[in-house]
Design a protein around this ligand. Structure first.
Ligand SMILES: Cc1cc2nc3c(=O)[nH]c(=O)nc-3n(C[C@H](O)[C@H](O)[C@H](O)COP(=O)(O)OP(=O)(O)OC[C@H]3O[C@@H](n4cnc5c(N)ncnc54)[C@H](O)[C@@H]3O)c2cc1C
Length: 466
């Protein structure tokens, strides 16, 4: 007999976990199917040789809805917060310079010439309109500010968030709040200030968070709440539509422990990476595969290195540093983990994690772990005056790390929405919809759950499932 569920969520990364959690909290019979043997997707923490390191995200920004979930699942006590004022550096002509993150620091900084400083004043007091067509981040910064701002600050920042190419990333898709600010006020700065004023709640500088035992505590705690509703080592291989039944609209072919089975459900949330989502949904409409498969990803290698503190003469206090592409390094940026959070390295040692590659350097994914560790050390050593080899290293390569919200992304999502509308009960979650950050994925997962709940009759037994 085919098992039937009210909702099936496919993909147990943070997007699917949060969505399934919210559905079960509301009393829904939701199950979450995850192909691997652990929940969390790219969020993974490991403790080894006294180091606590992250395979994927190093920290995340606390957005309100995610903090709400963290409180509900009893994880608040485990939060560790980075210093909101921790210094961030950019590499300029071979030296690390402190990035100016406030208006007074910006105008006082020797990083920028008067042309760039005047362009900021022109934005503040002038008026402009964004072009009707999709504009890249690079085009926007050159139009409103200067090539220097793009090169020294915005480009490295974009690498830090998307590992992306500012010449190809779409402003309105990757940073919609910036596009909206210019549209609303004719000025980026006035628009951002006005949006900040309208925001409810206390105004705090966003803090970077993790947990005492690393970021993976979050997916593990969600998985615990889901209990048997989370099925690991369960891969969905095909999705079909059942035309005959409204309560079993979708049927899923699933392999688990070498066995195949079929599940049916009334509502389906696809929370896998987009290429997989496209393949799974191709039988419903081949255009799903075309649209989802066309979303580009950047390759990233994550290299965590541990050093004896006494062998580092440079300053490694703060958040870390970003590298403009013109510097000719393959490191995009480095996080000083043991400066940011407690307990990341043994006494007297330092842990730092570098991201290499990105959208403009896809070849990074073909290097071996040993070559990557060596490359990262060779690039770090002169910048931080490191005199000895690392005493610890861990390398993780993601050929498809982060989705690229490139030009045309919003049109593609609109097309996907149209396709989705033809299949009532079909929903999406994932890092290519609302932003790739952990907070943004969680928010979108919660929104998807809320939309399902809003469109569905309350479950017969409003039994608490989590
Ligand atoms: C190297 C790296 C660094 C990052 N740094 C940061 C950071 O510092 N801060 C931040 O906020 N964000 C960061 N991010 C982004 C953020 O971590 C991710 O965007 C987010 O975690 C993605 O979650 P997800 O659930 O959408 O996707 P994923 O984590 O990719 O989860 C998708 C899940 O679907 C499962 N799956 C796939 N196919 C099937 C199938 N057929 N059947 C069942 N299950 C399937 C997979 O096994 C996986 O578990 C980083 C990401 C990476 C890769």
């Amino acid at each position: 007999m085919t098992a039937s569920h009210s909702v099936v969520v496919v993909g147990g990364g943070i997007s699917g976990l949060v969505c399934a959690y919210a559905l079960r909290r509301a009393g829904f019979d939701a199950v979450l199917l995850e192909s691997s043997d652990r929940p969390g997707g790219v969020i993974r923490s490991e403790r080894r040789e006294g180091y606590l390191f992250e395979h994927g995200p190093q920290s995340f920004t606390a957005t309100g809805p995610l903090l709400g979930v963290i409180r509900e699942i009893g994880l608040e006590e485990q939060i560790v917060r980075g210093d909101p004022h921790a210094a961030r550096f950019v590499l300029v002509q071979g030296a690390l310079e402190r990035a100016p993150l406030s208006p007074p620091a910006f105008f006082a900084s020797s990083l920028f010439g008067w042309g760039t400083k005047l362009s900021v004043l022109r934005d503040l007091f002038g008026r402009s309109h964004p072009p009707a067509e999709d504009e890249s981040i690079a085009q926007f910064i050159r139009r409103r500010f200067s090539a220097e701002l793009l090169e020294k600050l915005v480009g490295p920042f974009v690498s830090g968030v998307y590992a992306g190419d500012p010449e190809r990333l779409s402003l309105r898709s990757a940073f919609p709040q910036l596009h909206a600010a210019e549209l609303a006020k004719g000025s980026l700065i006035r628009g951002m200030l006005s949006a900040a004023k309208e925001k409810k709640g206390p105004r705090e500088r966003p803090t970077l968070l993790s947990f005492r035992e690393g970021n993976e505590m979050l997916p593990r705690a969600l998985a615990e709440r889901l209990g048997d509703a989370l099925r690991l080592k369960t891969e969905v291989t095909r999705i079909a539509k059942n035309d005959s039944s409204a309560t079993r609209r979708f049927s899923l072919e699933v392999t688990r422990g070498g066995h195949s089975e079929t599940l049916s459900c009334e509502r389906l949330v696809v929370a896998t990476p987009p290429d997989t989502a496209g393949r799974l949904l191709a039988d419903l409409d081949p255009d799903f595969a075309t649209q989802l498969g066309a979303i580009e990803f950047a390759a990233v290698a994550v290299v965590s290195l541990g050093y004896e503190k006494q062998h580092i003469a440079g300053d490694v206090n703060g958040f870390g540093f970003l590298v403009p592409r013109s510097a000719g390094l393959r490191i995009l940026g480095t996080v000083w983990n043991s400066s940011l959070f407690p307990g990341r390295a043994p006494e007297g040692q330092v842990l730092m994690t570098s991201f290499l590659g990105g959208a403009t350097d896809p070849g990074i994914a073909s290097l071996s772990a040993a070559a990557l560790a060596d490359l990262a050390h060779r690039e770090l050593a002169p910048l931080l005056q490191i005199r000895q080899q690392p005493v610890f290293s861990h390398v993780r390569v993601y050929p498809r790390a982060l989705p690229q919200y490139n030009l045309g992304h919003s049109a593609r999502l609109a097309r996907l929405e149209k396709l989705r509308a033809a299949f009532p009960g079909l929903w999406f979650a994932g890092n290519y919809w609302n932003g790739p950050a952990v907070g943004a994925c969680s928010e979108f997962g919660l929104e998807t759950a809320a939309a399902i709940l809003a469109g569905a009759a309350a479950p017969a037994a409003a039994e608490q499932h989590v």
